[in-house]
Ligand binder design. Structure first.
Ligand code: MLT
Ligand code: MN
Ligand code: ZN
Length: 291
């Protein structure tokens, strides 16, 4: 399996267009830009699946040589999208795929429901491309063309803000992607509220875990802006609370979905030494992994 990290920032990216906080100023000055979190995976090198569809998707695809079209004039290796949530930072990019001849989108009933009601992407895209919406049940593996097996693992119940009516459901999932030919297993969890049972089970045996690094500290928003909710209240377990535990998982751990307040965004941040001490890494845009 080959994995390309297309983007590694939380919603808004780094720098955020309207933000003049210390981290955004620094990123703007140094050119250390992070696009919003999105991943591409392939089992055979020809058939690729996106994990989420970020608002930056067009630029991310254009920057990825593996995802270039051809040899046919409109032949793309991108076959589908596996959604972790229905949040805007994971779904706005679906609209950027409207030029595709066909798209298959996999998501839980809750997530696909949001995309046919409150955020009617499904109806909008139907006028442009041939869509297949495949509902997935958490815990049940699906076999993707190209040889990979994907299993959604429910990790949270936080629905997007645009979904006004409270409704229970598998709103937030991690994806466990396995390559039966190599034995390689990737777990992708950009939104992880807690290290609960199903997630721990998914991580067991994984070689690579790309996980929620939105915030380094639980009170990071208050530290950066003087106010705001805690990371935990926003459904994001802070790195400081997951680092030691994940280090024992036996997998390579990379933190992604970094918010622009996160000190780890800076390439020379001293806080990166603490991660390194636990063998963990900060994910970078454009990074590739074979497993
Ligand atoms: C999240 O990661 O919690 C969401 O994307 C938040 C948001 O942008 O509304
Ligand atoms: Mn997000
Ligand atoms: Zn900022």
């Amino acid at each position: 399996m080959r994995v390309r990290l297309l983007g590694t920032a939380a919603g808004g990216g780094v720098p955020q267009w309207n933000c003049a906080c210390t981290a955004c100023r620094r990123a703007r000055k140094a050119g250390t830009v992070r696009t919003q979190d999105c991943v591409a995976v392939t089992g055979d090198g020809r058939t690729w699946y996106l994990l989420n569809a970020s608002p930056d998707l067009r630029a991310q695809l254009v920057a990825a040589p593996e995802l270039a079209p051809g040899p046919g004039p409109r032949q793309t290796p991108v076959r589908g999208v596996l959604l972790c949530t229905a949040e805007l930072d994971h779904t706005l990019g679906l609209l950027a795929l409207r030029e595709a001849e066909r798209i298959t989108v996999y998501g839980t009933a809750a997530v696909l429901g949001a995309l046919s009601g409150p955020f009617p992407v499904r109806d909008i895209l139907a006028a442009y491309t041939s869509l297949t919406w495949t509902p997935i049940a958490a815990g049940e593996p699906i076999t993707l063309p190209g040889g990979l097996t994907a299993t959604a693992v429910t990790v949270g119940a936080k629905r997007p803000r645009y979904v006004a009516t409270p409704s229970a459901g598998d709103w937030v999932v991690a994806w466990r992607i396995a390559d039966p030919r190599t034995g390689g297993v990737l777990v992708y969890a950009p939104c992880l509220p807690a290290l609960a049972g199903p997630f721990r089970t998914a991580v067991a045996g994984a070689r690579v875990v790309v996980v929620d690094g939105t915030f380094l500290y639980d009170d990071e928003m208050a530290r950066a802006t003087g106010g705001g909710r805690t990371a935990t209240a926003m459904g994001h377990l802070p790195v400081s609370a997951s680092l030691r535990d994940l280090a024992t998982a036996g997998a390579r751990v990379l933190y992604t979905h970094l918010n622009n307040t996160n000190p780890l965004c800076a390439p020379d941040a001293p806080e990166r030494d603490t991660l390194a001490a636990y063998g963990a890494e900060v994910a970078e845009d454009g990074q590739t992994i074979n497993l």
